[in-house]
Design a protein around this ligand. Structure first.
Ligand SMILES: C[S@@+](CC[C@H](N)C(=O)[O-])C[C@H]1O[C@@H](n2cnc3c(N)ncnc32)[C@H](O)[C@@H]1O
Length: 209
C-alpha cells in the first residue's frame, strides 16, 4: 500500500472511540470489553477498514476487531468508519505481537489482500507462514478458521501449501471469487474494489481442530 502521511493522525487517533491503546489489558477478556458472549472475529491488516465496518454492520451478533500496523492507515480508517458501531474495535499493532492482545478468544481470522512479501527470503513475514500460524494457535478459541482473499496468485499458492502442511483442511477454494455463482455474500475490501478489475480474486477457507 502506498502510504499517505495523515498530518493530524495523532489527534484523529486520540479522539476515536474505536481505537484501543492499552489492548494488552483486555487479553483473554475481550468478551467482557464488548459486554456480550458473541463470537469475536479478527481482521489482520485491516487497511482503511471498509470490510471490517461493513461486516460489523451486517452481523450485529459478532464482534469485530481490526489490526493495522501503520498510524496513518489507522487514522484513515477512523475517518471512514461511521460512528456508533458497538461491535467494532481497532488496534494499532504489528501482528508479530498478536499474542500480547489475545488469548484463546478468536473465532475467525480474516486475511484480506495481505502483503505478499514476494522474495523467498521474506517468506516468514507472510501472514500465512508457520510463524504466524503458530501465533494464531494461541489466540483461537476452539476450532481455528482462517479466511483469506488475495489477487496475488503466488501468495495464494504459498498459503494453500503452508496451511495444509500445518494441518489445516482447505474448503471453499475459489479461483475467481467475483465470477463464482456459489458466492453470494462477498463483502469487498478497498483493495478488492481496486484490483478485481485487473484479474481474478482468490479465496480460501481453512479450518483446523
Ligand atoms: C495491501 S493492504 C490491504 C488492506 C485491506 N485489508 C484491504 O484489503 O483493502 C495490507 C495492509 O496490511 C497491513 N499489514 C501488513 N502487515 C501487517 C502486520 N504484520 N500487522 C498489522 N498490519 C499489517 C498493511 O499496513 C496494510 O494496511
Amino acid at each position: 500500500m502506498r502510504l499517505r502521511n495523515v498530518k493530524n493522525k495523532k489527534e484523529i487517533m486520540d479522539s476515536s472511540n474505536y481505537l484501543i491503546l492499552d489492548y494488552s489489558k483486555y487479553k483473554g477478556k475481550w468478551n467482557k470489553y464488548f459486554g456480550n458472549n458473541n463470537p469475536i472475529d479478527l481482521e489482520i491488516g485491516m487497511g482503511k477498514g471498509k470490510f471490517l465496518y461493513e461486516m460489523a454492520l451486517n452481523n450485529p451478533d459478532v464482534n469485530y476487531i481490526g489490526i493495522e500496523k501503520f498510524d496513518s492507515v489507522v487514522a484513515m480508517a477512523i475517518k471512514k468508519i461511521p460512528e456508533g458501531i458497538s461491535n467494532l474495535v481497532i488496534i494499532r499493532m504489528n501482528a508479530d505481537y498478536i499474542e500480547d492482545a489475545f488469548s484463546k478468544e478468536i473465532r475467525n481470522i480474516y486475511l484480506n489482500f495481505s502483503d505478499p512479501w514476494p522474495k523467498k527470503r521474506w517468506a516468514k513475514r507472510r501472514l500465512t507462514s508457520n510463524i504466524f500460524l503458530n501465533h494464531y494457535d494461541k489466540i483461537f478459541k476452539g476450532e481455528c478458521t482462517i479466511i483469506q482473499k488475495t489477487d496475488n496468485k503466488e501468495l495464494f499458492a504459498y498459503s494453500l501449501e503452508s496451511l495444509s502442511t500445518y494441518g489445516y483442511k482447505l474448503h471453499d477454494i475459489s479461483l475467481d471469487l467475483h465470477n463464482d455463482p456459489e458466492v453470494l455474500d462477498n463483502i469487498e475490501t478497498e483493495f478488492e474494489e481496486r484490483f478485481s478489475k485487473n484479474g481474478p480474486i482468490y479465496r480460501l477457507i481453512a479450518t483446523k481442530e
